[in-house]
Design a protein around this ligand. Structure first.
Ligand SMILES: [Zn+2]
Length: 166
C-alpha cells in the first residue's frame, strides 16, 4: 500500500464521482485519502473526534489528525459521507446548511398548511433540485455534505439572493 498519494488531482472531479472513488477505496480495504495532504486517513470512532460526546462514540469516522480533517460515515456502515473536511470546509458546510435549511423548512410548513400529504422530503428534494439548476450541476450531485468550499459559498449567496424562494 502506498504511504502517500503523490497527486491530488482526483479531488478535481465532480463531487458525485469523487463519492464513487471514495467508496472504491473502502471496498479495496483502503481508507480515503486526505484531500489536504494526500496521506491515507485513519478509521477512528467518535471518541477521537468528539471526546465530550459519549453519544457519538459508537460512530465511525475517517480522520487525518495533522490536518484536523475528518468525515463521518453513513449510519451503521464504514462508507464515508463525503470527502474529509478540514475546519474551514466544516465551517462553510455549516454556513450553507444554515442558509439553505430554513428555506426548505419554511416551504414545507407553507405547503403542509394546504396539503396534509406533503412531506419534508418533498420540500427538501424540491429545493435541492432547484439549487442544482441554479448551480448548473446534476441533481444527483447536489448535496451540501459533499460540496467543497467554493460550492458552499455559492449556496450561501444563492440562498441570500432569494433565488430559492419561488
Ligand atoms: Zn491530511
Amino acid at each position: 500500500m502506498p504511504a502517500r498519494v503523490e497527486h491530488l488531482s482526483v479531488f478535481l472531479c465532480p463531487p458525485f464521482q469523487l463519492q464513487i472513488i471514495l467508496e472504491l477505496f473502502i471496498l479495496n480495504g483502503l481508507t480515503p485519502i486526505c484531500p489536504y495532504c494526500g496521506n491515507f486517513s485513519s478509521k477512528v470512532t467518535g471518541k477521537e473526534i468528539y471526546p465530550h460526546r459519549p453519544d457519538l462514540f459508537h460512530k465511525a469516522f475517517y480522520q487525518c489528525a495533522p490536518c484536523d480533517a475528518y468525515v463521518g460515515c453513513h449510519p451503521g456502515t464504514d462508507k464515508p459521507l463525503g470527502r474529509l473536511a478540514d475546519a474551514e470546509l466544516r465551517r462553510w458546510k455549516s454556513i450553507a446548511h444554515a442558509a439553505f435549511d430554513p428555506i426548505w423548512k419554511a416551504r414545507f410548513e407553507r405547503k403542509r398548511q394546504v396539503d396534509q400529504k406533503y412531506r419534508k422530503h418533498h420540500a427538501r428534494g424540491g429545493r435541492y433540485k432547484r439549487l442544482a439548476e441554479l448551480l448548473g450541476i446534476p441533481s444527483k450531485e447536489c448535496h451540501i455534505g459533499i460540496f467543497d468550499v467554493t460550492l458552499c459559498k455559492r449556496v450561501y449567496t444563492l440562498c441570500k439572493s432569494g433565488a430559492l424562494e419561488d
